[in-house]
Design a protein around this ligand. Sequence first.
Ligand code: FPP
Length: 229
Amino acid sequence: MNVSATPLPIHVACIMDGNGRWASRKGLPRTDGHTAGEEALAGVVRACAHRSVGWLTVFGFSTENWVRPRTEVRHILSLHRKLFGRINEMNENNARTRWIGRPFGETGARTPVYVQKAIRKAIADTEHNTGLVVTVAFDYGSRAELVRASQRAMADGSVTAESITQNLYDNSMPAVDLLVRTSGESRISNFMLWQITGSQVFFTERTWPDFDAAELDLALAAYANGVTS
Ligand code: FPP
């Protein structure tokens, strides 16, 4: 499909749900679903870069996900190291890596040191790129972000919509235009609650590992149809 003539969202955000269901339908362990999900994400990054989407933000691991079985958590963490290690691909796509989540060293933050290192390296090694900005939300929860932003705004003496926005984890990020959630769930799950205030939402029955460039194009077309001005 040619989407070049349609209005593109500047900022697409994805809640990548359904890895476990994808795996169980195939009789595979849940961890295989996450592995396939990481591959699907690499494809979506490529597709967004080729379609001139400006920003892609994905929910990689939430503040609530730490209660999952230890082997599953360990597997998802190692997939994040793999994902942040895709530096050559990011450079080929002229894409920058960024991260949002509970800042390292602050109370409650849980990102392990080896993932911190992968995040720092990915950011440093891709910061010269000028195209798509890919932000991975890891150890991220919107409520934690908003509590912190409100506290910091209050410490600066003024709690307003602007001062809260200024104190989000990444205050250079534009508002989300299009939010995608896969796997037939119509929930938001503590993701970017401030940033999605005006966004369109695209829910699809597809599980995340099956979310590909063609499905992205359906979401972009739905967005274009819903843009009224
Ligand atoms: C939901 O599937 C997905 C997550 C817990 C987020 C993790 C995403 C990945 C591992 C994909 C790869 C991405 C990165 C950033 C490495 P689920 O387990 O909740 O699926 P279910 O609802 O079918 O059980």
